[in-house]
Write a protein that binds this ligand. Structure first.
Ligand code: URA
Length: 159
């Protein structure tokens, strides 16, 4: 599942790994957490067809385990960095601990990272929670809505 979206897009959303349905269809966020993700975009007035959506690793790890550090590095170098270079997003939204570790090398709890943009190698990243966490915890859903609503402001002001 390489990802989906326009060849050039202002926002790139990076999830963790495809779920069973994503693996079967080849489309990112098309299962249950995908509906929640779509609602977050709607709430922020963003059109899913205008953003690029992908994930840290491109297929579902066996037994749905977390991707390993070597797998994250390989997928970053082989895919994600090239996708970022092609799509040229103004803001890359890292949804969950896996893409935050993969792209920023940070393992700090998301609670203290979320919502604050990080500049790295000329790119702007926004750490936030994974939509699946928002489905389980109302406080995380509220934080996700807040972070999504501020995406345009971050992209326009660079902060
Ligand atoms: N979770 C992800 O991180 N990505 C998907 O595409 C689906 C679920």
């Amino acid at each position: 599942m390489p990802g989906e979206g326009p060849a050039i897009a202002p926002f790139m959303f990076v999830g963790e790994a495809p779920g069973a349905q994503e693996d079967a269809t080849g489309r990112p966020f098309c299962g249950r957490s995908g509906r929640f993700f779509d609602d977050l975009l709607d709430h922020a007035g963003l059109d899913r067809g205008a953003v690029f959506v992908t994930s840290s690793v491109k297929c579902r790890p066996p037994g749905n385990r977390d991707p390993r550090v070597d797998e994250l590095r390989l997928c970053r170098e082989a895919w994600l960095e090239r996708q970022v270079a092609c799509v040229g997003p103004r803001l890359i939204v890292l949804m969950g601990t896996v893409p935050v570790r993969q792209m920023l090398g940070r393992t700090t709890p998301l609670k203290s990272l979320r919502g604050t943009p990080v500049r790295r190698a000329g790119r702007m990243f926004l750490p936030t929670y994974h939509p699946a966490a928002g489905m389980r915890f109302p406080a995380i859903a509220a934080a996700l809505r807040e972070d999504f609503c501020r995406l345009r402001i971050h992209a326009e002001t660079g902060r």
